[in-house]
Design a protein around this ligand. Structure first.
Ligand SMILES: [Zn+2]
Length: 254
């Protein structure tokens, strides 16, 4: 069937592990992943990394609070459009822009992908535009409400209609977080995004300090564990050790 999956790293953030995982100590440097999926019916991106303004003055872009939580290591050429161009793909020809959720390190590059239809869970989109939820979450409509045609999802969604790429609701981290299930020739891969930051999050159920809904997040982790037990490979959202094992574009993930 010939689906190809590519991983890209769109910069790094360094922050306190204790905020990201209960009981964690010290600082940790997180990769900021984005993925390209090539399907016979089109090209889809899963997340878009950070806005290029974060390369120069991140606090001006993401606000003082988030700017203080992380050290940004994000350079020209690491933004999603440059990553695509470097592998010979035209950002203007991406058909679908699937966002796991609306945090700045997942939608910041949306504005660089001009012609795609954005796929996001409806409940996430609504949260993004509701100041009572958006402000504490740090959702910034300037990142994601930038004029894309939208397909708002309610739960599971079969992206290409053949079961090969499926949006999986994994609520909890945010109101409408979703992961992506990709069926490769070698087996199933689950791009977990921030439903599961680290391998340890899944193994030891150590959640981040602040999440939108802890019970929902635990249920999502149970779901990921079930898929893993059935043979899927889980791709953790920001796990530096795991990320070292992931081939980077232009190499494909086999
Ligand atoms: Zn994230």
């Amino acid at each position: 069937m010939g689906i190809k999956l590519y991983a890209m790293t769109c910069g790094h953030l360094t922050g306190d592990l204790g905020r990201l995982m209960e009981g964690g100590a010290g600082r940790i440097t997180l990769p900021i992943p984005a993925y390209l999926i090539e399907h016979p019916k089109g090209m889809a991106l899963f997340d878009s990394g950070m806005h290029p303004d974060c390369q120069n003055n991140p606090a001006a872009r993401v606000g003082e609070r988030i700017g203080d939580l992380f050290d940004f290591d994000y350079r020209a050429g690491e933004e999603i459009s440059a990553r695509l161009i470097a592998m010979g793909r035209d950002p203007a020809r991406v058909d679908l822009l699937i966002n796991s959720h609306l945090h700045f390190d997942h939608v910041g590059g949306n504005g660089l992908i001009h012609n795609a239809t954005m796929l996001v869970q409806q409940r996430e989109w609504e949260a993004g535009l509701d100041p009572d939820i958006a402000v504490p979450h740090g959702f910034n409509p300037r990142d994601f409400d930038v004029g894309h045609k939208r397909l708002l999802l309610d739960g599971e969604h079969d992206v290409f209609g053949d079961g090969s790429v499926i949006c999986l609701p994994t609520y909890g981290h945010t109101p409408g977080h979703q992961s992506l299930r990709v069926r490769l020739d070698s087996g199933e891969v689950i791009l977990a995004a921030d439903s599961c930051y680290f391998c340890q999050t899944l193994r030891e159920r150590r959640l981040p300090q602040r999440v939108h809904d802890r019970a929902a997040m635990r249920a999502s982790l149970d779901r990921l564990a079930g898929l893993e037990a059935a043979g899927a490979r889980i791709f953790f959202g920001h796990d530096p050790k795991f990320w070292q094992t992931v081939p980077q574009a232009p190499a494909t993930i086999g």
